[in-house]
Ligand binder design. Structure first.
Ligand code: SF4
Ligand code: SF4
Ligand code: SF4
Length: 379
């Protein structure tokens, strides 16, 4: 008698343990050591010995089935990595455009102060960087170039975008109907009812605030910037419309349950996400950011890596000439990250490369995780 996992169920092995990923029900089953060995042996088409009770449980969960003969199970796949890799121009799914770098506030956690944030890319930042801001005409050309590259999602950020409101609206109007999703980030204190009304129907707003009361009263998506020490007070509020941006300092004593270090960072996603994560970094893959001065970087917070500048050059030309370097970021899947490479959860785990790089000093370093894959234990 033999037992095989169903086509939609993948066994992913770590150094010590394994996990079954059910790509249809979007569930992950973490296995203990014995269970890992049993499923590994079954997936190698070895006949089953005395493990029926456990395998019956897998069958009850619709994860696999018994076979009287050795069987070849064609695993479910979506997309074609070969075709994707050959695609020219490469598939750009998401772009951040930072259309200004000015703000009259001076939040202590802002990018120019070098503070590390877990979701700084969703918020606003100003930077101590040189270079002439792109003109509105050039931004419109860049938007067309992004459209030509089939970019789907666009995030419009600053600075305080309300300081040059007419310009912001002009650029926003220009993006209209060119992308599947358009997001714009604004600070809570810059907003008025008039501005909210003006944005309605044009973009999805992400409102940054440090005030816990704001996020409860806002109807739009909000980004709550806070210290990890406050996690206990806000634990219940995270949801569809509220993202929490943790400020991470080297000396922070991080609460055990923090979503960016605990089991909560493992997110059973769609099968597209699973296959994407086998090939690409879960966040940096298919993503680029264009800074206020035209610099093209891997993401809004990774300021130290520039692929070129679009002030006087088309975006496509930057992609073409720097493709190998860009691809090194896109393909930085968790197989290439220290610690994660030996973890069974590596194709379903969230990872902020920008934050990890700034905390460890290494592009492939990992600090924010309480799991030890070599022992199979959460601390
Ligand atoms: S409002 Fe945003 S851009 Fe302005 S200082 Fe604060 S974090 Fe920086
Ligand atoms: S961060 Fe890495 S080691 Fe930790 S759970 Fe995720 S994939 Fe595993
Ligand atoms: S790596 Fe991803 S999550 Fe982290 S700052 Fe960059 S875009 Fe945001």
């Amino acid at each position: 008698m033999y037992f095989r996992l169903n086509p939609e169920c993948y066994l992913i092995r770590g150094k010590k343990l394994g996990a079954i990923f059910d790509l249809i029900d979007h569930k992950i089953y973490a296995l203990n050591e014995l269970e890992t060995e049993i499923v590994t042996s079954c997936e190698k088409n070895n006949s089953i010995q005395g493990e029926r009770k456990f395998l019956n449980e897998l069958k009850q969960l619709c994860l696999g089935n018994f076979y009287s003969n050795r069987s070849y199970i064609q695993k479910l796949r979506v997309g074609s990595p070969t075709i994707e890799k050959q695609s020219d121009p490469p598939e750009l799914h998401r772009a951040f455009i930072e259309i200004n770098n000015s703000c009259n506030r001076n939040c202590w956690f802002c990018g120019h102060n070098g503070i590390k944030r877990s979701l700084g890319c969703m918020g606003c930042n100003k930077w101590n960087e040189n270079g002439r801001p792109l003109s509105i005409e050039r931004w419109k050309e860049v938007i067309d170039e992004l459209k030509d590259l089939n970019c789907m999602d666009i995030f419009i950020t600053g600075g305080d975008l309300t300081l040059e409101w007419d310009r912001t609206i002009d650029i926003l109007d220009y993006t209209n109907r060119k992308f599947t999703n358009i997001y714009i980030t604004l600070h809570r204190q810059s907003l008025s009812i008039d501005k909210i009304n003006e944005l309605a129907g044009k973009a999805n707003m992400i409102i940054q605030t440090e005030d816990f009361n704001d996020v409860q009263s806002l109807d739009t998506a909000s980004l709550l910037v806070t210290r990890p020490e406050n996690f206990e007070n806000i634990e219940g509020i995270q949801g569809k419309n509220i993202m929490v941006d943790f400020i991470i300092e080297r000396g922070n004593l991080l609460p055990k349950d923090l979503p960016i270090t605990s089991k909560k960072k493992i997110q059973p996603g769609s099968m597209y996400q699973f296959f994407n994560n086998i090939e690409y970094h879960p966040c940096l893959g298919h993503t680029l950011a264009i800074c206020f001065n035209g610099n093209v970087i891997p993401c809004p917070m990774m300021r130290g890596h520039s692929f070129g500048n679009v002030s006087n050059k088309e975006l496509y030309a930057v992609l073409k000439s720097e493709w190998e370097r860009i691809d090194n970021f896109w393909e930085l899947n968790l197989d290439k990250i220290e610690k994660c490479c030996s973890c069974e959860f590596r194709y379903s785990c969230a990872d902020c490369r920008s934050l990890e790089e700034s905390l460890t000093g290494k592009l492939d370093g990992k600090m924010l995780c309480n799991y030890d894959p070599s022992e199979g234990k959460w601390s």
